[in-house]
Design a protein around this ligand. Sequence first.
Ligand code: 4AD
Ligand code: MG
Length: 482
Amino acid sequence: MAKRIQIKDILNTSEFNRQVTIMGWVKTFRNNQFIAINDGSCIHNIQAVVDFNNTDETLLKRITTGAAVAVTGNIVESLGKGQKVEIKVTDLEILGDSDPEKFPLQPKKHSLEFLREIAHLRFRTNTFNAVFKIRHSLSFAVHQFFNEKGFVYMHTPIITASDAEGAGEMFRVSTLDPDNMPRNVDGSINYKEDFFGKATNLTVSGQLEGELAAMAFGNVYTFGPTFRAENSNTTRHLAEFWMIEPEMAFYDLDDNMDLAEELLKYVIKYALENCADELEFLKERLLEEEKSKPAAERSELDLISKLKFCLDNEFERLTYTQAIQILKSSKPNQKKQFKYLINEWGADLQSEHERFLVEKHFKKPVILTNYPAEIKSFYMRQNDTDENGKNTVRAMDILFPGIGEIIGGSQREERLEKLEQRMHDMNIPTEEMSWYLDTRRFGSAFHSGFGLGFERLVLFVTGMTNIRDVIPFPRTPKHAEF
Ligand code: 4AD
Ligand code: MG
């Protein structure tokens, strides 16, 4: 068999009248003559034209949507609309049949909900082809960004014995037999008998180990899967998601925010430059989808303009306290339209509040800083108590339109006593975390870091609205198919 070439290379060619072999999957077959074939190398199909008078009838019948084919033929200029190049077929082989009665993907529009149920096949649709190409490109751009800046990529462990966020939302990892658990005298489970000799779980964040490495390499980052056993059934939460976590020695909160803003703009720009066809497709898809919505609910900007807008504008930076003032006197709060009304300082912000700030008030990405210590994690650097007696920490959350929180980070508490005190107050075991506290015992230095939720970034860039549609096989409460 001749060597196969990729469809994307043929579509861009200007060398006609040469023989090529392509392999791919049939999208449609019209008039017993025109096969649209896609091989995944780009979002576009190539048209292969069969001479049906000289082709065996039984073979023609096997050219069905979803079938895998190998086609050899001549590259010719296309007379049809919509493509410049097509292939005049001289030889066609069915590599794998696809029974049209049974194949669930037919050449018509399927709902995203339906496609989610057949996630093993949805890669073959244009929408998911575009989404996962963009996901790939964003991932590559993240590594390129950090590599250019000399950051060291650290692989932090997936199985840990600590709770990095102190929120207790962990999946247990154990080889103990649930029907025959070893017990201590008091009836509790004896984890000394377990595989690791202690209770272990899937990591919720690589941050703590990242901090250890930052205290030697200066600038490091992790990019790996993280797991949260929180029962959140929303369009923005997964039980298994990927997170990018840079950690930098000698960075204060301002440096941290600058880096985060630069990273987001860099990867969005990369996608605009490298995924133009995919973004164009998704932009049109979104415009089409929004036609059925009332005008007031449609986006002001199309997908590509939205991404460019994000590059061209500085993110708005303000404190939590300033945000609370804005929210308190906002219309939806006054008119009691928020589900959670903002009455006082200290309230945790819900996504309705975050989205009000970003989408209605500032109309651009927002960075909120200096949150109440009460609602944030133990490792964040404590500010001095302010004139009103309020305790805040040097946290920063980045809020994006349509998404809400996309990044959460902070300057870290580098003072041993302060950190120990806070861990104590929050019932976080200091003895088991002695290794973490060692960074504060030996050569402690001010440092900062943040976590970027990768799927939330992909959501933003693709304009998709459900996080389950930007990860190949989503894990959410009661769902772990495939
Ligand atoms: O705000 P989070 O919980 O912060 C941390 O885990 C820190 N240790 C990060 C750090 O400072 N190194 O999570 C960070 C980001 C969020 O802003 C959000 O984008 C994403 O991770 N995220 C989730 N994405 C999908 N599903 C979930 N259940 C998520 N939880 C957090
Ligand atoms: Mg957070």
